[in-house]
Write a protein that binds this ligand. Structure first.
Ligand code: DON
Length: 318
C-alpha cells in the first residue's frame, strides 16, 4: 500500500466498542418516532420495530446488536458505492464533470433541482445524479451494466448480494417519477445510456438485499481506502474513496446534510428502507437499520444511534 492508503486511526478498545454498540441499541430501541416509507408498496409492509446496529473496523472486527441478520433493500445507499465504481472505471474527473458534486438543498427526487442546475445533474446522491451515474456504468448493454454494478456492490459487501424481487417489481411498477427524471436529463444531454434502461438498472441496484453487517463492511471499505476489511480485496482505489466521501459529507443525507455533518461530523448515506451507513475514515464503518423515517427520508433511530456512537467513540472528524 502507498502512503495515502495506509489506515492511520483506530477505534477504542474492543470491550468499549462492544458495550457502546449495545448501549446505543438499548437507548433507542423503544423510540417510535417516524414513519415507514410507503411510496414503494413493498416497503410499507416491513415491521416498524426492527432495529439493528453494526460496527466493522478497518481491521475486520465486527461489533453488533439487535436485528443483524434481517435483510432489507439497499435503496439509496447503493448510490455512493455505484459512484465509487463508476469513478474507478471513468476516473474521478470525468465522473465529476458528467454528474456534478454539489448539494442541491432539495429533496432526493426533486425535478426542480434539475431545472435550477441545467448544466449539471448536481450530485450522485440524489436520484437525478444517481441515475446518470448508473447510465455511465461500463457495458454495451443494460445487462452488462447491471452485471458491473451487481458484481461491484457484491465486492464492497464481500458476498454475492441478491435482489429482492418483490421490492424490484413493486418499485418498477411505480417509478414513473424516476423515468421522468431520466427523460428530463436526456433532454439536457445528461443521460449516458437509454433513460428507461438506466432507470431500470438503477431500480435493480436499489432492490439488492443487505444486512447491517453488509452496510458496515461496505462503509469500512470506503474507510480503508477501498480495501474490503473482511475479504481484503481492493474494490476501488484510495483516491476514488476520498472523492466519494467528500460528496457524502455534503449530500449524503439530502437537504439535512449540513445538520448531519454539524452533529455527527462524518460522511453518511441513508436510504428509504431505513438503512444508514456512516464512514469513519481510517477507522471503520457503521451500519444501522430501523425503518421509520423522518420527513427528509432518513431513519430516525439510525440517526440517533449514529450520533451517540460518533460522539462516544470519538469519531467526529472535526
Ligand atoms: O429512487 C427511489 O425512489 C428509491 N429507489 C431510492 C430512494 C431512496 O432510498 C432515497 N432515500 N432516502
Amino acid at each position: 500500500l502507498g502512503p495515502a492508503e495506509i489506515s492511520t486511526g483506530h477505534l477504542p478498545s474492543a470491550e468499549m466498542v462492544t458495550s457502546l454498540v449495545q448501549e446505543a441499541h438499548e437507548r433507542y430501541r423503544t423510540v417510535t418516532d417516524g414513519k415507514v416509507a410507503d411510496y414503494i408498496p413493498a416497503l410499507a409492509a416491513v415491521p416498524a420495530d426492527l432495529f439493528g446496529l453494526c460496527v466493522v473496523s478497518v481491521g475486520g472486527h465486527v461489533f453488533s446488536a439487535g436485528d443483524i441478520t434481517r435483510e432489507f433493500s439497499i435503496q439509496s445507499i447503493s448510490k455512493p458505492f455505484v459512484f465509487a465504481l463508476v469513478c474507478q472505471a471513468l476516473g474521478g474527473g470525468q465522473a465529476r464533470q458528467k454528474v456534478g458534486v454539489n448539494n442541491t438543498g432539495l429533496p432526493f427526487n426533486s425535478v426542480m433541482a434539475i431545472e435550477l442546475n441545467q448544466d449539471r445533474t448536481m450530485n450522485p446522491m440524489v436520484n437525478a445524479g444517481a441515475i446518470a451515474t448508473t447510465s455511465l456504468a461500463p457495458g454495451d448493454t443494460a445487462d452488462a451494466q447491471w452485471r458491473f454494478i451487481h458484481e461491484g456492490l457484491s465486492s464492497f459487501a464481500g458476498r454475492e448480494l441478491t435482489m429482492d424481487q418483490e421490492v424490484y417489481e413493486s418499485e418498477a411498477a411505480t417509478n414513473q417519477r424516476n423515468q421522468g427524471i431520466a427523460r428530463l436529463l436526456q433532454s439536457y444531454g445528461r443521460m449516458y445510456s437509454d433513460p428507461l434502461q438506466a432507470t431500470d438498472v438503477y431500480t435493480k441496484q436499489c432492490s439488492l438485499n443487505i444486512t447491517v453487517k453488509d452496510l458496515a463492511v461496505m462503509g469500512a471499505t470506503l474507510a480503508d481506502g477501498g480495501v474490503n476489511p473482511i475479504t481484503r480485496e481492493r474494490v476501488v482505489d484510495a483516491d476514488r474513496c476520498k472523492r466519494v466521501l467528500a460528496v457524502l459529507a455534503t449530500a449524503g443525507l439530502y437537504e439535512q446534510s449540513g445538520d448531519w455533518l454539524y452533529e455527527v461530523g462524518l460522511p453518511g448515506k441513508s436510504g428509504v428502507s431505513g438503512g444508514l451507513v456512516t464512514i469513519s475514515p481510517g477507522k471503520g464503518g457503521l451500519g444501522t437499520f430501523a425503518p421509520p423515517l423522518d420527513a427528509a427520508g432518513n431513519s430516525v433511530r439510525g440517526q440517533l444511534a449514529t450520533k451517540f456512537l460518533s460522539e462516544r467513540l470519538g469519531l467526529n472528524l472535526f
